[in-house]
Structures are given as C-alpha cells and as structure tokens.
Design a protein. Structure first.
Length: 303
C-alpha cells in the first residue's frame, strides 16, 4: 500500500469501523468497502468526500444487503497518483467502476446510490451496462448539463480558471475540502465528522483529486469530458423504466432546486423527497430520514 493511503484515523475510527479492501487498478490501489451480503448496493461519492460520507447508510443497510463503496482514485484510502500515472478524467472514473464490478463478479441487480460527481459516474455506468442496474437513488447530483445554461458558482469558477488560486488555495491550503465542511451541510458538523471528511486530503500531493474533479467538469464542447457528459444527458431517457428514488437537500449552493426540477421533468414517475433541513451533504444533515426512505424504497421495488 502506498503512502497516500496512510492517514490518521484515530479521531474518527469509531465512526468508520469498516474493513478496507483494495483492488489493483493499473498498478494503483483502488480502495473499497464491501459490507454485508445479498443484493448489491453500490454507493458513489463525489468531490471532496469519500466512502466515509456513506457510513450511516452502510451501517443501516449492510445487515440486509451487500453494500459496496469505492473511493475514487485520488480520494479516501485509494492511491493519489500524479497526473503522469492517472489522468483524473470522467471516462477513467467510469472505467474504474466497471473494473471493480467485474472484479467483484457482480452481474446484475445493482442499486446505485449517487451523490455529486458520483451521479455522473454512476449514470454513465448505468447507460453502458443497463442489464446490471435495477434501481437508482439520486441525491443532489446531475446527469445533464446545467439547467437553463446556468454557469458554475463563483468559487468553482475560480478554482477552474484562476491557476494560482487553484494551485495555492486547493493544493496548498486545502481550501476546497475545508470550505466544504462548512458550506455543504445545512447543520454544523461535529468535530470528529469534520476530521473524517477532510482526513484523506492531508498534504499538497494528496489533494490533487479535489482540484482535478473541478477542472474536469464538462461545460463547453472543447472540454475533454464533454462528449461523455453529452452522451449521458442525451440518453438518460433510456433509464426511465428503472425505479428511482430522488432525495434532495434544499440548501445546496451548487445543485440548486433547478436541478431537482430538471430531474422531475426527466423522470416524473420517480419518488421524490425535498428536505428543508438539509444542504448538499444531506447524508450528514438527515441520515436517519434518508435511511428510512431508502429501506422502504428497496422493499417496495424488490429485484
């Protein structure tokens, strides 16, 4: 295991009592959790979170289902290579996920739980492997370009376009991960949760993914990941027959209500819940409410 996985977990290990698993992915350690047995539920995190973000759902579902939660390369307990060893592109994220699911020999009946960047990654996987996906849980994410041509929030625009700010602020001072623990939840986080969310991004080198995820957001046609984003946007309707649960934190400065409204337009038959007391990190704000709704959804739509 490389040094990028060595983080101090003593302050939050009680919140994250899971056994780590690693897959060799082109010479890199790709970390994932694999708790419980039964129908597979695969949870995909965004930026700058990691598998720690799904801890309450893992604990609540693993007695009944097989819960699998990877850390994207550069995140969590996965390796954090330089760009000479990994390109940090959207397509690579999808291919990593496909490789993991092949490695685990999972053929069908997958429920995907999606948040932030995990939405775009998981939806691309679902469109490329429709026979494997049985249910979707969609939470504060997107599978389409910004509704109404809405641009990036100013903070993300700065990271994406102002190189000195991005390099010094994100890589040097960890501003993206640290700001997120205050801006993304609606309610103040306990100290141990803050430490858990930010722990993997403990050095300049280990923060590369938090920067590259922002830089890879597909916005214009010349962006490297635009074509895959367009493919997902144009083909989402092919997932119409899959049962969906949409859970949304109202106070999200990135994925605003306009995104939720677009989801409702795309999938009017989806079961939808809007939380007035949650933000972008809705799994931190209302974990028990989410667990109850997800459990009921899984029972309502058996595979």
């Amino acid at each position: 295991m490389s040094n990028s996985n060595q983080i101090d977990m003593t302050s939050f290990r009680h919140l994250y009592p899971f056994e780590s698993h690693f897959m060799d992915r082109n010479g890199l350690n790709y970390h994932y959790l694999d708790e419980g047995s039964g129908d597979p539920i695969i949870m995909l995190h965004g930026n700058p979170t990691w598998s720690f973000y799904y801890r309450s759902l893992i604990k609540g579902l693993s007695p009944y289902y097989r819960t699998i939660v990877p850390d994207h390369i550069g995140c969590g307990l996965s390796d954090k290579p330089g760009i000479d060893k990994y390109d940090y592109r959207y397509l690579s994220r999808v291919e990593d996920l496909e490789a993991l699911i092949d490695h685990l020999n999972i053929k069908n009946n997958i429920t995907l739980v999606l948040h932030d960047w995990g939405g775009m990654i998981g939806l691309a996987f679902a469109l490329r492997n429709p026979e494997k996906v049985a249910r979707l849980v969609i939470t504060n994410t997107t599978g389409f370009f910004s509704p109404g041509g809405k641009g990036l929030p100013f903070r993300l625009w700065l990271i994406r376009h102002v190189s000195p700010f991005a390099t010094l602020g994100v890589l040097g001072f960890n501003l993206f991960s640290k700001a997120a623990i205050y801006m993304c939840p609606y309610k103040p986080l306990p100290k141990d949760v803050k430490k858990g969310l930010t722990a993997p991004y403990n050095s300049w080198k280990n923060r590369i993914a938090t920067l590259k995820f922002v830089q890879d957001i597909p916005i214009k046609i010349t962006d490297p990941s635009y074509s895959l984003g367009q493919y997902v946007d144009n083909n989402l309707h092919k997932l119409s027959d899959i049962p969906k649960l949409i859970l949304w934190g109202k106070h999200d400065f990135v994925f605003s209500i306009s995104f939720l409204n677009e989801w409702r337009l795309r999938f009017p038959n989806a079961e939808t819940h809007l939380f007035q007391d949650a933000g972008h990190y809705l799994f931190e704000d209302v974990p028990q409410k989410i667990l109850t709704l997800v459990k009921n959804f899984l029972i309502k739509y058996p595979v």
